[in-house]
Write a protein that binds this ligand. Structure first.
Ligand SMILES: *[C@@H]1O[C@H](CO)[C@@H](O)[C@H](O)[C@H]1NC(C)=O
Ligand SMILES: *[C@@H]1O[C@H](CO)[C@@H](O)[C@H](O)[C@H]1NC(C)=O
Ligand SMILES: *[C@@H]1O[C@H](CO)[C@@H](O)[C@H](O)[C@H]1NC(C)=O
Ligand SMILES: *[C@@H]1O[C@H](CO)[C@@H](O)[C@H](O)[C@H]1NC(C)=O
Ligand SMILES: *[C@@H]1O[C@H](CO)[C@@H](O)[C@H](O)[C@H]1NC(C)=O
Ligand SMILES: *[C@@H]1O[C@H](CO)[C@@H](O)[C@H](O)[C@H]1NC(C)=O
Ligand SMILES: *[C@@H]1O[C@H](CO)[C@@H](O)[C@H](O)[C@H]1NC(C)=O
Ligand SMILES: *[C@@H]1O[C@H](CO)[C@@H](O)[C@H](O)[C@H]1NC(C)=O
Length: 533
């Protein structure tokens, strides 16, 4: 009994020490990581108003596009491998301040790098090619870029390549109007939207979700905000949306809806507290985590509210498809024609008139796309987050964990653990004291995060475990799936190391228990008591 009491005091004392330690992370207070966590980066010779990052997963190549250039980046060595100059050719006839070529689109397209820019107010695209890995890039072709790149970089634009086809949303006019989502180039027909489908949109992202068993059923999902058609003074002026089109959609027949999407449907993407009617209506960024089974693919949406809070909501493609395939249609209460609007068919030009007509007039779903947590967002914060990325990390026990990487408007990166229902802020890295993160790209294989400011690029090593190297407790309480405690201290995760992602405390008790029982000799009863403490 005496032994038990001593044990208890010893453990309690040790715990107090651990829990009061000011460097530890907690649900709301991240552990601050010092600046030296940055493992590399460089400064731009001139201030960049607009930069874009492009990471090609297959070739593991990272590109940076700015004003008049495309850089190829060595993320590991954090240096520029190539600086390809792309200036607007006509420097005489442009209006002042619009002579630059701000790159706004960068994609892998038909084995080449496909780049488009404002090109002195005359959008243009270039196909860049490097035949052997090490050879420098060269222009092999160029195209008119209207509808792919905006005329000015401040206007909205997104792009996506799928099986050799290029999809894009960019204004057709210099004033930023005629902005919609189109298939613009490639082997399939060019297809665009019917004007009445959306109102004053801001496109955030588009993605393609593969279905290996049924490729003809594959869809392209589009995420955007638009003007709310509900003009009730209490209604939010903006509304966030998900829309989808079929990959095989070739548009309508020659007589009706030629070159228009015949499979377009849209639904409201909700994030908030439905029971309190509190919503985060302003979609800001999207990150997609693809899964082996396409229905499990997860969509991470970053939203802001009109009371200046931000939230992350998580959706699955399975639930999204459920809405598009099973919901009734807004404003329509007659019999739904067959095939149901939105069904992917091999020859969309032969679709019955009734189906196409319904897509034309009633493309909106009555049901809303709800997040997997339904009653509340996964994460709500007063931080003004602007960008999101999500990494899948294999922990010491072989389980995969999702780590959210969130950038704030004040130059911070938060690493947030998604394990169970509650988010947990693992760490905060302060990269800049004032600037907004302009672009951010994850290299999940190298476990590096590339963060862009107007002045420079910083590369963060996501597994800098020496930050938690003080003790086992320090390492385990961090709940950082990238790190484990081993005989060499806190190191990047290896199997067999000590780690507890779900509940940092538990393993450290076990660890202490193990140490103590070694000192006192094996005694089953004591260990039993300890479990209950
Ligand atoms: C790339 O080269 C161009 C000149 O061709 C130069 O103006 C630009 O500053 C360079 N960019 C970087 C990041 O070094
Ligand atoms: C970048 O911004 C600066 C100041 O905001 C402006 O003077 C300059 O014209 C902009 N550059 C481009 C290419 O638009
Ligand atoms: C490419 O460059 C690297 C180092 O610059 C070199 O080690 C490698 O052999 C080169 N590969 C080819 C195919 O030239
Ligand atoms: C939200 O932030 C904006 C810009 O910083 C500010 O003008 C506005 O008053 C804020 N609204 C609330 C409800 O705090
Ligand atoms: C549509 O609803 C039916 C019946 O509830 C269900 O079996 C089916 O899985 C749903 N479709 C999707 C895509 O979830
Ligand atoms: C949050 O950051 C965005 C992007 O920098 C900015 O436009 C917005 O005003 C910021 N909101 C608040 C409340 O500061
Ligand atoms: C990068 O630029 C930001 C914004 O000006 C600055 O705060 C930060 O110190 C810079 N980082 C490096 C590594 O130079
Ligand atoms: C971490 O601590 C261990 C001792 O516990 C030490 O051997 C090791 O060098 C340290 N590692 C780093 C990166 O500081």
């Amino acid at each position: 009994m005496i032994q038990f009491v001593i044990f208890f005091i010893w453990l309690a004392g040790d715990f107090k020490l651990v829990l009061n330690s000011p460097t530890l992370g907690s649900k709301d207070n991240p552990r601050l990581l010092s600046k030296d966590i940055i493992c590399g980066g460089f400064e731009y010779p001139v201030y960049q108003n607009h930069t874009m990052f492009f990471y090609h997963e297959d070739s593991e190549e990272m590109y940076v596009a700015g004003t008049n250039f495309v850089l190829k980046l060595d993320v590991e060595g954090s240096h520029i491998m190539e600086n390809f100059s792309l200036k607007a050719p006509d420097q005489q006839h442009c209006q002042e301040g619009q002579c630059e070529n701000v790159i706004t689109v960068i994609e892998k397209f038909q084995d080449s790098l496909f780049v488009c820019g404002t090109n002195g107010n005359k959008p243009q695209c270039w196909k860049l090619f490097s035949s052997v890995n090490n050879q420098s890039l060269e222009i092999v072709d160029s195209y008119e870029g209207m509808g792919i790149s905006p005329f000015v970089y401040t206007h909205n634009a997104i792009s996506l390549t799928v099986e050799g086809d290029l999809y894009s949303a960019a204004p057709l006019d210099t004033d930023g109007s005629s902005l919609q989502f189109r298939r613009k180039a490639g082997s399939r027909t060019n297809v665009w939207m019917y004007d009445n489908w959306i109102s004053e949109p801001t496109f955030i992202s588009a993605t393609w979700v593969e279905q290996r068993e049924e490729p003809d059923n594959e869809k392209i999902y589009i995420f955007f905000r638009e003007k709310n058609s509900d003009h009730n003074p209490e209604a939010d002026p903006w509304i966030s949306r998900i829309a989808r089109v079929c990959k095989v959609d070739e548009g309508g027949s020659k007589r009706f809806f030629q070159n228009m999407w015949t499979s377009f449907l849209k639904a409201r993407l909700v994030c908030g507290f439905p029971e309190k009617s509190l919503y985060f209506n302003h979609l800001r960024d999207i990150f997609i985590v693809h899964a082996k089974d396409w229905v499990d693919t997860r969509v991470y949406g970053l939203f802001t509210s009109n009371w200046n809070a931000t939230a992350v909501c998580i959706y699955t493609i399975g639930k999204i498809e459920d809405v598009f395939e099973n919901s009734t249609f807004k404003g329509y209460n007659k019999d739904i024609p067959k095939p149901r609007p939105g069904t992917c068919v091999k020859n969309s030009r032969n679709l019955p008139l009734a189906t196409v007509n319904m897509v034309k007039d009633y493309p909106e779903m009555n049901d809303w796309v709800e997040s997997i947590h339904q009653t509340a967002p996964f994460y709500v914060s007063s931080n003004n987050y602007t960008k999101i990325a999500v990494d899948r990390v294999q922990a010491a026990d072989g389980c995969m964990h999702n780590v959210l990487l969130l950038a704030t408007d004040s130059g911070k990166i938060h690493k947030v653990l998604e394990a169970g229902e509650e988010p947990f802020i693992i760490s905060e890295t302060q990269l800049s004291s004032r600037s907004t993160v302009q672009s951010m790209k994850l290299d999940s294989k190298k476990k590096k995060l590339v963060v862009g400011f107007s002045e420079n690029i910083s590369i963060i090593d996501l597994q800098r475990c020496q930050e938690y190297n003080k003790s086992c407790a320090d390492c385990v309480l961090a709940r950082d799936p990238y790190c484990v405690w081993t005989e060499f201290g806190c190191t990047p995760t290896v199997t067999g190391g000590i780690q507890n992602i779900l509940d940092g405390n538990q393993v450290c008790v076990n660890h202490l228990k193990k140490r103590k029982s070694k000192l006192t000799g094996p005694n089953g009863r004591q260990i039993h008591y300890l479990r209950w403490i």
